[in-house]
Design a protein around this ligand. Structure first.
Ligand SMILES: Nc1ncnc2c1ncn2[C@@H]1O[C@H](COP(=O)(O)OP(=O)(O)OP(=O)(O)O)[C@@H](O)[C@H]1O
Length: 491
């Protein structure tokens, strides 16, 4: 923390356990007024738990919380809210059946009386314009009708709106996970200036360039403890990765290169086009094919169409193998929230786990154990509910579900959001190995770096494929140009 300033908020010796899992093992952390703090650590390191304590959602088992130098007894959501602490959690919290403006009212009960709807709309529009110029959100729209990216924008903008209580701290837990590259950049730019208004921010991300761009101090957590707390200036990616106890692999680094595969050979196992007469998407056995472009430009729709096409007579698509989908929006499309971790992993493979017509519990448990080890799902007990896992570990369970299945084609809908860097490296290795064995991967990603793990990419713009870039023509610039349907790459 900056020296000579009283902490806006200070945690001392905070501990929190969930049954046998020790999520926080004695954390002390001080945040100065207006400070921009970046928080990193592997999946399950305790970041979200710590932020839930700061937001008053979780009461610590031990430890104290102080504001402006004074210990606060009975620190809960009402006290935190009253002190101007806001939080954008990983699992979006907007009420889907209410409009954007009505959701603003939920946070600001003071917005009442004649014309409150107009004032709420003005408040959120002003903030959306400040953070995400060109956002395209209508404050009268029902939240359920917004894309995931726009919901995330509203949630973030709402956290920065002010009526009666001055803002002290905004916690952003993986705020860019549902934003496309442009919106993510807009947010980082905004955060770099938010401190000018005296608002402190805690920014959690697994994308280290974002942390280094947004934060002036970086805190690394590991196994429920703070293991590094340093100014961001002069702190390199390598030091952060090492302190996390992580290992990372860059595309093109040792062991990552794949021989360039010729595209468009006749025996495609997968083929289709998002619009009649446009560029066709094809994939062969063993291909890793990327889908790129700005978020919401038809990539997910294409994946879902191919997913649905299996077993149907659809002359415009070819899907010649069982298909599994790894969803990106785990909250709405991915996890079965009332089921155990084990059942969430095995559900796609139940047909193969039968003995005498019934699911064999021993085989099901063995499958889940195997995948817990392979993909590093951090839990003491696979029979616990899936929601007991940290966000990134839930995402790993969804990966395990698809990879454990008999599917020859794996469709991935931007699935690495919230997954830590060492697990990502492990999954990238796994994808390459499985592709070598003949599995086909169709991989939509909003992370530019990730696309370079693919053999080639199709770039989407307004629902169409506008470019097909083989590996030797894939550069960040060529992908971006095509994403905006500009230049010679857009076919
Ligand atoms: N409600 C809960 N019940 C049981 N265990 C929990 C609960 N919430 C968190 N945990 C456990 O506490 C540990 C820390 O989780 P936390 O969500 O704080 O991690 P994180 O660092 O935010 O991870 P991620 O990067 O995946 O979001 C994990 O092992 C998680 O499984």
């Amino acid at each position: 923390m900056k020296t000579g300033t009283e902490a806006a908020l200070r945690l001392d010796g905070v501990r929190k356990s969930f049954g046998a899992v020790r999520a926080l093992a004695g954390v002390s952390l001080a945040i100065a007024p207006g400070e921009r703090l970046g928080l990193v650590g592997h999946n399950g390191a305790g970041k979200s738990t710590l932020m839930h304590v700061l937001a008053g959602v979780l009461r610590p088992d031990a430890g104290t919380i102080a504001a402006d130098g004074r210990e606060v007894a009975d620190y809960g959501t009402a006290v935190a809210g009253g002190m101007g602490v806001r939080c954008v959690f990983q699992e979006l919290s907007l009420c889907p059946n209410l409009s954007v403006a009505e959701n603003v009212r939920v946070l600001h009960p003071k917005l009442r009386g004649w014309g409150w709807r107009r004032r709420a709309a003005g408040l959120i529009l002003g903030q959306l314009d400040a953070i995400f110029p060109g956002h395209g959100v209508d404050p009268g729209a029902t939240v359920a009708d917004l894309t995931l990216g726009r919901r995330q924008m509203v949630e973030i903008a709402r956290a920065f709106t002010v009526t009666d209580t001055p803002l002290r701290l905004v916690i952003l837990d993986e705020p860019t996970s549902s934003l496309d590259a442009t919106a993510a950049e807009q947010l980082l730019t905004f955060l770099r200036h938010a401190d000018q208004r005296g608002v402190a921010t805690v920014f959690i991300s697994h994308i280290l360039p974002e942390i280094l761009a947004a934060a002036e101090r970086v805190v690394v957590m590991r196994e429920g403890l703070v293991v590094l707390d340093r100014p961001a200036s002069g702190l390199g990616r390598k030091a952060i990765v090492e302190s996390m106890g992580a290992e990372e692999q860059q595309p093109g680094g040792p062991g990552t290169a794949r021989p360039v595969r010729p595209a468009g050979r006749p025996r495609a196992v997968l083929a289709g086009s998002p619009v009649p007469g446009g560029i066709d998407l094809t994939a062969d056995r063993g291909d890793i094919v990327g889908l790129a472009g700005l978020a919401g430009h038809g990539q997910t729709a294409m994946l879902l169409r191919l997913f649905d096409a299996r077993g149907r007579r659809d002359p415009s698509t070819v899907v010649e193998s069982p298909v599994a989908l790894v969803p990106g929006d785990r909250q709405s499309d991915g996890v079965f929230p009332l089921w155990s971790i084990a059942r969430n992993i095995s559900v796609r493979s139940l047909a193969n786990l039968r003995r005498a017509g019934l699911i064999d519990p021993a085989r099901e448990a063995a499958l889940a154990r195997t995948w817990r080890e392979r993909i590093g799902i951090r839990t003491p007990d696979l029979d616990l509910g899936i929601l007991s896992l940290s966000g990134g570990n839930q995402q790993k369970a969804l990966f395990a579900r698809a990879l454990a299945s008999d599917a020859g084609i794996i469709l991935m809908d931007d699935p690495m959001r919230g997954v830590d860097i060492s697990t990502k490296s492990e999954v990238y290795r796994f994808i390459r190995a499985e592709a070598e064995r003949g599995r086909t991967f169709l991989w939509y990603s909003t992370e530019m770096e990730e696309l370079f793990h693919c053999d080639r990419v199709y770039v989407f713009h307004q629902g169409r494929i506008v470019a097909h870039l083989p590996r030797d023509r894939m550069t960040e610039a060529s992908i971006l140009r095509a994403s905006y349907a500009e230049g010679e790459d857009a076919a």
